[in-house]
Design a binder for this molecule. Structure first.
Ligand SMILES: Nc1nc2c(c(=O)[nH]1)N[C@H]1C(S)=C(S)[C@@H](COP(=O)(O)OP(=O)(O)OC[C@H]3O[C@@H](n4cnc5c(=O)[nH]c(N)nc54)[C@H](O)[C@@H]3O)O[C@H]1N2
Ligand SMILES: Nc1nc2c(c(=O)[nH]1)N[C@H]1C(S)=C(S)[C@@H](COP(=O)(O)OP(=O)(O)OC[C@H]3O[C@@H](n4cnc5c(=O)[nH]c(N)nc54)[C@H](O)[C@@H]3O)O[C@H]1N2
Ligand code: SF4
Ligand SMILES: [Mo]
Length: 740
C-alpha cells in the first residue's frame, strides 16, 4: 500500500480552513514529482481545474489550475486536500466477502472468484424471479462514460427496468422544472454572466460553504456594483453580506416567489415584449399569483412585508440579473414547484439568454450534470431521451444493437426501489457510487431493506456504511485512477485525466461492470477497451437528443478547455449560453430559442402546498438538514481526510438562543432531537444565524450521528426527490450522547 510522505500532510494541516487563493503557493517538500497531470477536483459540481503531482504511482501533491477558466487558480478546502484519501489504509485493494468470523466482518477474496459469485447470484435470482428481481443503484460522481455504461448495463445486460441513481436525492427537482419551463435541463449561462449582473438572487444555496468558487463570482459582481438578494432560513456566510436577506420559513418558497411575481406584475416591472414573443402561459400564472398579496406572503413565509417589497423592486427594476438556486428550494415534496416559481420571475423579467441575464441551478455532485443526462435515471435513455417514447427507444435500440422491445420500460426512483425490496419484487441489488444508508431519508427503513435482500453487492473504493451490508464488495477506482468526461455546473463538458493506476486488485469501475457481463456470458455491447470507446458510442447515442454530445471529442475538449453541450456536430463550437435569440436550436427549428417545437418557454402555475409534515403541538420545531464546508456528502471520503475532520469533527444541532433558552439548552450542551422516525443526541451550537422556529443538522455522518434517522421519506410527486429540508421534531436537553 502506498503511503503519503508525512511532511506533505503536515504542511497541508498548517493551511487555513477558508477559501485558499493559492497564487504563489507551491508545495516545496523536496519530493520531485515524476509527472504533473492536468485534471479536475473529484468533489463538487464546480469541477475546479487541478494539477496532480505524481511520484511512484502516488499522488503526492497538487497545484490549482490557472488555465481553467472556471476556478482561475482557486480551490476550496476540500479540493486542496482531496488527494489525501488515496493513501488511506482503508482503501479497498481486493474484493471482500462478508465473513462473520473475520475482524471487521469481511475477508479478502480473489477478484475472479468474487466476480463469478456475483454473476452466479444474479443468474440464480433472475432465473427464479425474473429479470426485474435484480436492481441497480448508481451515482453521479461517476464519469459520464460510466453513468452511460450503467444505464446500458441494466437494460441490455441485466434486462432489468430497475435502475436509478443518487442524483435522485440531488438535482431532479431542478431537472424536472427546467425541462418543463425550457425544454432543456442545464444552467443557462457560463458563470461569467454573474460578473456584471446588476442583481444576483441566491435561493436555498449555502454558496460559501458548498460551492465556494461560485462565491467568488458573486463577490466580483458586487465589486462591480451588483446587489445581492439571499433567500435562506439561515444567515449563511453569503447571506451576511446580502443587500436584502429573506429568512424564509423552510418549505415556503413558492409563496415567496409568487408574492414577488405578484408585485412585479402590479408595478409593471415585467418585460411584455419578451413574455409575448417568447413564452406561453403567463396569463394563467398572473391570475394565480394575484392571491399572493404582500401581507399573505409575509404571513405564510415568515418574511417581513417590507423585505418582500424591497426584493421585488430590486429584482423587478434591474436591467441585468442572475438567479441561482440549490437544494434549499429543491429538497422538498414540492421541489419542482419551488423551482418553477423562481423560473417564473426570471421569465417575467425577460432577463435570460443575454449577457449578464441568466438563470442556473448550482450543481451538487461532481458529475451531477453529466450524470443526469445519459440514461442512468429510471425513466431515461441517453441524450436525455425518454424511455417511454417509441422513437427514442427505437433509436437507442439501433445504437445498442438490440430490438426496441428488448429495452425494459421505466423503473422507479431509488427510494421506491427500497419499497420494492420490501414488497419482494427486488431480491438482488448492485450498488455503485452511492451510500444510501447515510444519504436516504428515514434510514432505519433503508437498513432493514438492505438486510432483506437475498444478494447485495457494492462497488466502492472504501467499505462504506452501505458496503457493510453487502455480501461481496468489489474494489472500484478513485477519480484519479481513470479517465473520462464530466459536465460541470455551467454545462461545460471537461476531461478527467488518469494520474495513477488503481492499487492491488482494485479496478476501473467500467472494467468491473464488463467483467460481470462477461461472467454472465452476456458480452454483447460490453467489450469496450477504454473510456474513449465508451464515449464514442455515447456521442452517437446522444445524437439528436436534447443533451447532444455528438460534436464533442476528447481532442476538442482538450483544445477548447471544455465544450458546452449541446454540440451537435464536429464543426460546432458548443453552446455556452443557452436561449440566445440566434442559437443553434432556433436556427435549426426556425422558431424561438427555447427547446420546444414552438421555441417558446413555459410559465407554469406553482400552487403552494405546505410541507408533507408540518409542525404541530407534539413536534413543534422544524428540522432542516444540509452541509458544512469541510465534509462532503455521506462523508465516506472526507471523514477519512484528517485535516477536514479536525475542522468540524462531528455534527451539531444549530439552534437559535431563543429556542434553546426555552428548553434550558446552552451552547455546547447535549441536546436530543426526536422526530416520528428516530432520535439523535448531539451537542447544541447556539447561533443567532438561524430562524428561531428551525434547527439545522448537517448530514455527513453515519450511525447514531446520522441526520437521516429523523428525516421523512416524503417525495415530490414529479421529481421524486425526498423532503430533506423539512420535517417536524421536538427537542430537549440531554445528559450525554445516547448509547445504543
Ligand atoms: N462542503 C460541501 N460542499 C458541497 C457538498 C457537500 O457535501 N459539502 N455537496 C455538494 C452537493 S452534492 C450538493 S447537492 C450541494 C448542495 O449545496 P447547497 O444546496 O448550497 O447546500 P445545503 O446545505 O444542502 O442547503 C443549502 C441551504 O438551503 C437552506 N434551506 C433549508 N431549507 C430551505 C428552504 O425551505 N428554503 C430555502 N430557500 N432555503 C432552505 C439551508 O439553510 C442551507 O443554507 O453542495 C455541493 N457541495
Ligand atoms: N438529510 C439529508 N440527506 C441528504 C442530503 C441533505 O441535504 N440532507 N443531500 C442529498 C444529496 S444532495 C446527495 S447528492 C446525496 C449524496 O449521497 P450519496 O450519493 O450516498 O453520497 P456519496 O458520499 O457521494 O456516496 C457515494 C459513494 O460512492 C463512492 N464513490 C465516489 N466516487 C466513486 C467512483 O468514482 N466509483 C465508485 N465505485 N465509487 C465511488 C464513495 O466512496 C461513497 O461511498 O445525499 C443526499 N442526502
Ligand atoms: S469548489 Fe468543489 S470542485 Fe472546487 S475545489 Fe472545492 S470541492 Fe473541489
Ligand atoms: Mo447533491
Amino acid at each position: 500500500m502506498a503511503t503519503l510522505p508525512k511532511d506533505l500532510d503536515t504542511l497541508e494541516n498548517a493551511w487555513g480552513p477558508h477559501l485558499n487563493r493559492m497564487e504563489g503557493i507551491r508545495l516545496d517538500t523536496g519530493v520531485q514529482p515524476d509527472k504533473v497531470v492536468s485534471t479536475h477536483c473529484c468533489f463538487c459540481g464546480q469541477q475546479c481545474g487541478i494539477n496532480l503531482k505524481v511520484k511512484d504511482n502516488v499522488v503526492i501533491g497538487f497545484e490549482p489550475r490557472y488555465d481553467f477558466p472556471f476556478n482561475k487558480g482557486m480551490l476550496c478546502p476540500k479540493g486542496v486536500k482531496r488527494y489525501l484519501q488515496g493513501g488511506h489504509s482503508d482503501r479497498l485493494t481486493s474484493a471482500v466477502r462478508r465473513d462473520p468470523e473475520a475482524e471487521g466482518g469481511f475477508s479478502p477474496m480473489k477478484y475472479d472468484e468474487a466476480i463469478a459469485r456475483v454473476a452466479s447470484e444474479i443468474q440464480r435470482i433472475q432465473t427464479t424471479y425474473g429479470p426485474d428481481a435484480v436492481g441497480v443503484l448508481s451515482g453521479a460522481s461517476l464519469t459520464t462514460e460510466k453513468a452511460y455504461l450503467m444505464g446500458k448495463f441494466a437494460r441490455v445486460c441485466l434486462k432489468t427496468k430497475y435502475i436509478d441513481y443518487n442524483g435522485r436525492l440531488c438535482m431532479v427537482s431542478a431537472g424536472a422544472a427546467n425541462k418543463k419551463a425550457f425544454g432543456i435541463d442545464r444552467s443557462a449561462s457560463p458563470w461569467d454572466d454573474i460578473l456584471e449582473a446588476e442583481v444576483v438572487l441566491v435561493a436555498g444555496s449555502n454558496t460559501a460553504e458548498c460551492s465556494p468558487i461560485t462565491t467568488n463570482y458573486i463577490w466580483q459582481a458586487r465589486e462591480n456594483g451588483g446587489k445581492l438578494i439571499v433567500v435562506d432560513p439561515r444567515i449563511t456566510p453569503i447571506a451576511r453580506n446580502a443587500d436584502i436577506f429573506l429568512p424564509v420559513k423552510p418549505g415556503r418558497d413558492v409563496a415567496l416567489f409568487n408574492g414577488i411575481l405578484n408585485l412585479m406584475i402590479e408595478n409593471d416591472w415585467i418585460d411584455h415584449d419578451f413574455i409575448n414573443n417568447n413564452t406561453v402561459g403567463f396569463e394563467a400564472v398572473a391570475g394565480h399569483v394575484k392571491q399572493w398579496t404582500p401581507r399573505k406572503t409575509a404571513e405564510v413565509t415568515g418574511v417581513a412585508e417590507k423585505s418582500i417589497r424591497a426584493a421585488a423592486e430590486l429584482w423587478g427594476r434591474a436591467k441585468t440579473s442572475f438567479l441561482m438556486h440549490a437544494r434549499g428550494i429543491e429538497h422538498h415534496s414540492h421541489g419542482v414547484e419551488n423551482v418553477l416559481s423562481t423560473i417564473n420571475i426570471v421569465l417575467a423579467s425577460g432577463r435570460i439568454g443575454r449577457p449578464y441575464c441568466a438563470y442556473g441551478t448550482v450543481v451538487g455532485q461532481g458529475n451531477g450534470q453529466g450524470g443526469r443526462e445519459h440514461g442512468q435515471k429510471a425513466d431515461q435513455l441517453p441524450g436525455w431521451r425518454d424511455i417511454s417514447n417509441p422513437q427514442h427507444r427505437e433509436y437507442i435500440a439501433s445504437v445498442w444493437g438490440v430490438k426496441p422491445e428488448e429495452i425494459p420500460q421505466a423503473g422507479v426512483d431509488c427510494y421506491e426501489m427500497m419499497r420494492k425490496i420490501d414488497s419482494g419484487e427486488i431480491k438482488g441489488l448492485i450498488n455503485i457510487c452511492f451510500n444510501p444508508v447515510v444519504s436516504l431519508p428515514d434510514n432505519a427503513f433503508v437498513k432493514r431493506m438492505l438486510e432483506k435482500l437475498e444478494f447485495f453487492t457494492v462497488i466502492d473504493f472504501f467499505l462504506s456504511e452501505t458496503a457493510q451490508y453487502a455480501d461481496i464488495v468489489l474494489p472500484g477506482s478513485l477519480h484519479e485512477e481513470d479517465e473520462g468526461v464530466v459536465a460541470q455546473v455551467e454545462g461545460r463538458v471537461i476531461k478527467i485525466n488518469k494520474a495513477v493506476e488503481p492499487p492491488g486488485d482494485a479496478k476501473q469501475d467500467w472494467r468491473i461492470i464488463q467483467d460481470i457481463a462477461a461472467a454472465l456470458d452476456r458480452t454483447h455491447g460490453f467489450t469496450f477497451q477504454s473510456p474513449r470507446e465508451i464515449f464514442n458510442e455515447l456521442r452517437v447515442a446522444s445524437k439528436g437528443g436534447v443533451a447532444d454530445y455528438y460534436g464533442i471529442t476528447y481532442e476538442k475538449i482538450e483544445a477548447q478547455n471544455g465544450v458546452f453541450w449541446p454540440c451537435p456536430a464536429e464543426d460546432h463550437p458548443g453552446t455556452p449560453r443557452l436561449f440566445e435569440p440566434a442559437s443553434w436550436n432556433s436556427v435549426a427549428k426556425g422558431a424561438g430559442p427555447f427547446y420546444f417545437p414552438d421555441g417558446k418557454a413555459r410559465f407554469n402555475v406553482p400552487a403552494y402546498r405546505p410541507p408533507a409534515e408540518d409542525v404541530d403541538e407534539e413536534y413543534p420545531v422544524i428540522l432542516t438538514t444540509g452541509r458544512v464546508v469541510s465534509q462532503f456528502l455521506s462523508g465516506t471520503q472526507t471523514r477519512r481526510i484528517g485535516p477536514l475532520v479536525d475542522q468540524y469533527p462531528e455534527p451539531r444541532i444549530e439552534i437559535h438562543p431563543r429556542l434553546a433558552g426555552k428548553y434550558g439548552i446552552v451552547d455546547g450542551d447535549w441536546a436530543t432531537a426526536e422526530s416520528r422516525r428516530g432520535t439523535i443526541t448531539l451537542r447544541a451550537q447556539v447561533v443567532t444565524t438561524i430562524r428561531p422556529d428551525t434547527i439545522f443538522i448537517p448530514y455527513h455522518w453515519p450511525g447514531r450521528k446520522a441526520a437521516n434517522q429523523l428525516t421523512i421519506a416524503a417525495q415530490d410527486p414529479v421529481s421524486k426527490i425526498p423532503e430533506f429540508k423539512v420535517c417536524a421534531v421536538r427537542i430537549r436537553k440531554a445528559d450525554g450522547p445516547s448509547v445504543n
